[in-house]
Ligand binder design. Structure first.
Ligand code: HEC
Length: 124
């Protein structure tokens, strides 16, 4: 009788650990966002009209991941102004976490980004 109970417990623990692993990545992304991005894009991702673009419900943020990664790495000068590049300030892990956060925070639901994807875009 003990064996199945033990297996069930291990299975439950494994499930909890997996869920926590995903939660940790999102939490790290949120911390990077609040430290480095929220001053312009706002904690709620809404930006400021005509000054800082909203990232919530933004089709660019939800679309192909590599242009989003490239924008965060290199920064951008456009109609609204200039965003600094983050390639020298944030490592691949931090950029993957923050881009995953952008794609999954607020109302956004898009696939996560891995550090390997950031490294590949950085190398281009
Ligand atoms: C000093 C203000 C500022 C900070 C800090 C900042 N951004 Fe930006 N960001 C901008 C501006 C301004 C633009 C738009 C530039 C343009 O195209 O006119 C922008 C554009 C973007 C875009 C593209 C949005 C689109 O619709 O094309 C993304 C994605 C983005 N920022 C993510 C980030 C992330 C992630 C961080 C933190 C690591 C960050 N930003 C920090 C000002 C900022």
């Amino acid at each position: 009788m003990k064996g199945p109970v033990l297996l069930l417990c291990l299975g439950l623990l494994g499930g909890v650990a997996l869920a926590q692993g995903q939660g940790d990545a999102l939490q790290r992304g949120q911390a990077v966002f609040e430290d480095h991005c929220a001053q312009c894009h706002r904690t709620n991702g809404a930006g400021l009209p005509a000054t800082f673009p909203a990232l919530n419900k933004n089709p660019f943020v939800l679309g192909e991941p590599s242009p989003v990664i490239a924008t965060v790495l290199k920064g951008r000068k456009g109609n609204l102004g200039r965003m600094p590049g983050w390639k020298d300030k944030l490592d691949d892990q931090q950029i993957a976490a923050v881009v995953t956060y952008l794609r999954q925070a607020w109302s956004n639901r898009a696939a996560p980004v891995t550090p390997a994807m950031v490294a590949a875009t950085r190398g281009k």
